[in-house]
Design a protein around this ligand. Sequence first.
Ligand SMILES: Cc1ncc(C[n+]2csc(CCOP(=O)(O)OP(=O)(O)O)c2C)c(N)n1
Length: 284
Amino acid sequence: MKKEKLSTKSEVTWCPGCPNHMILESVKRTITELVNSGKYKREDFAITADVGCHAKIFDYLNLSGIYGLHGRAVPLAIGLKIGNPNLRVLSFMGDGAAYSEGISHLAHAFKYNPDTTLIVHDNQSFSLTTGQPTPTTQKGYVSKSEPLGTFDEPVNPLMFALSMNASFVARTNARDMNHMVEIFRKAILHKGFSFVEVIQDCVVFNLEANHKDPRMYKIRDNFSFERAKKLAAEYDYSSKTGKIPIGVIYKERKPTLEEKWPQLRELMKLKRDWRRKPRSFKLK
Ligand SMILES: Cc1ncc(C[n+]2csc(CCOP(=O)(O)OP(=O)(O)O)c2C)c(N)n1
């Protein structure tokens, strides 16, 4: 398959220089490589998106899916997976969407462990609505909605993921396409809920949070929970100095939502969805 098959005719309206362009390109490269490896077909992939700058990716990817409400990309992915557990579902959210409006859904996704992938475009800002602070915005950020500066400490999404028993936690850099492709591939191939935080500059809002590239360093895939906690704690989202680890921060094989549910297990075995369910299935 040629990568262009994943493009659509929609005009790309992200700002010039926005790293969303590179995230889009990396997603296309990852899916193209997976399809060309012979393991999957393009039709095996489905996407769900939220509301925000990041979510426009839905219009630019020639894949089936659901463009949802703000904060709801993850439950939509779980719904798709329950409908057809053979799909490879990718969800796209912003930091506002994932850690503010959608946080309760995210918490449950870590617990349920559906075999889907979540890509969070973390620019530390509600950018589509002109730069209000999100849960990962640094303390002291002055904006139109908080002219005295944000009073609160930012959350650490990776620590949150680990505390919710996440089975795959990774971080990558929106300015490093090769690293993104590597991490997206590992996330998609992981059996279980794979959570990827992409550190992304916004070229218009919260500019002071940008240019973290020199602070990032790559790690090897980590399977130790104790080390994962240390790696996750290393980067405080308010800090202007200090190192930021990127790579697979934690990975563990745990039973997925589909494996725990007998009917879904059966559908996966038969490579079917609910429209062609076996006669033996009885729904009360
Ligand atoms: C429930 C709900 N709350 C708020 C909004 C308004 N809203 C739409 S987009 C957006 C900002 C999105 O920010 P983020 O998720 O960080 O994505 P970005 O635009 O930065 O990519 C907000 C607050 C909404 N549409 N629905």
